[in-house]
Design a protein around this ligand. Structure first.
Ligand code: ADP
Ligand code: MG
Length: 337
């Protein structure tokens, strides 16, 4: 089998990461190939930087499809960019790989990255990275993404105001169910639902363009991407904004597949859906007065948006149904516990 060791570090960089186009991407003065990349930042903009790592055994199983992994590695960073309402432009790729890693695996990851980097706003360009051996066996993929934003226009976690409505894109809990399905934990699942749910876990679809449009029109006051579970991430907004939140369980958007699971398993499933990680949906708050404008943007960008509750005085997240507060013990995914 041809492995990455067959090729060696420098041939590998040359083959996969050296620039192929004759012209440099926008803003890139110097890209892959030197000791560091050099970027030009327009005077009116601020640089937005984020990083995320996928580790074998933590974020993906050893037999995960490398093409999907590459796409996911890029998209989870796009999701953070969406949460800030920044326009992503460049990324760095750091790989730690056991020497036995098949070359075809790396090829798949690189193709996935390239596919996910093509966006309506232009291609996010690879400008550098690092490649190192991982002696202990687990593969890891780290992406650092850089984007631009008009000066002081970032949508942070700290801007929520009492009376704001809480909005959520897409549906919640699918990735948690998808992971459970992949582990063989959901037995009464038909094949179509299994495919849908595992697909949602493997390939998030953060609403980047909608997030930017919401920011452009100054509708979103606070935002976060739901990576650690709805309850935990809404909790982050509450703490940063010094407010509380009230969610209405009837309004929480579920996919048809998740709905069927709730119908089968009952209410016991709700905490797992609300606390399960990797949804990569956009959670934001906005004044009640802009509801119809927000709904118009959702239609325009073809994104499902649901108003799920409201920002209240106080602290913490309360979930209720028909006026009854529900106990929610699990508050989300904590990587270190
Ligand atoms: P240095 O030793 O100076 O840090 P390297 O030999 O690690 O440089 O890398 C050489 C060039 O290849 C650099 O421009 C670096 O950004 C790029 N590079 C290395 N690994 C990757 C990678 N996985 N993805 C993209 N670019 C990479
Ligand atoms: Mg150097």
């Amino acid at each position: 089998m041809v492995t990455i060791a067959t090729l060696g570090e420098f041939a590998l960089i040359e083959r996969f990461f050296a620039p192929t186009a004759a012209t440099l991407p926008t803003g890139v003065v110097l890209g892959v190939g030197d000791d560091a990349a050099v970027l030009s930042i327009p005077r009116t903009q601020q640089l937005v930087v984020t990083t995320d790592t996928l580790v074998e055994g933590v974020h993906f199983l050893p037999d995960a499809d490398p093409l999907l992994l590459g796409q996911k590695a890029l998209r989870v960073n796009l999701s953070d960019m969406a949460a800030m309402a920044a326009q992503p432009h460049w990324y760095l790729l750091s790989l730690a790989l056991p020497k036995e890693t098949p070359l075809t695996w790396l090829e798949g990851v690189v193709n996935g990255l390239r596919q996910a980097a093509v966006r309506p706003g232009g291609e996010v360009a690879l400008i550098g990275g690092n490649t190192t051996a991982a002696p202990l066996g687990a593969r890891s993929i780290t992406i650092t993404m850089l984007g631009l934003l008009g000066k002081d226009r970032a949508v942070t976690r700290g801007g929520a105001q009492v009376g704001d409505r809480i909005w959520l894109s897409g549906t919640i809990g699918d990735a948690a169910l998808g992971l459970a399905a992949a582990r063989g934990e959901l037995t009464d699942l038909d094949e179509a639902d299994r495919l849908y749910l595992t697909g949602r876990q493997q390939l998030p679809d953060p609403p980047l363009e909608l997030a930017r449009a919401l920011q452009d029109s100054a509708y979103s006051r606070a935002a976060i991407d739901v990576s650690d579970g709805l309850l935990a991430d809404l909790g982050h907004i509450c703490r940063a904004s010094k407010v509380g939140a009230r969610l209405d369980l009837h309004k929480i958007p579920l996919s048809e597949a998740a709905r069927r699971q709730v119908a089968g398993q009952g209410d016991a499933l709700w905490p797992a859906l609300l606390a399960g990680g990797e949804d990569y949906e956009l959670l934001f708050t906005a004044a009640p007065s802009v509801q119809s404008q927000i709904e118009q943007l959702a239609t325009q960008f073809g994104v499902r948006l649901s108003e799920i509750g409201e920002v209240v005085a106080g602290s913490g997240v309360e979930v209720s149904r028909d006026g009854v507060t529900l106990p929610m013990a699990q508050q989300g995914w904590d990587h270190l516990r």
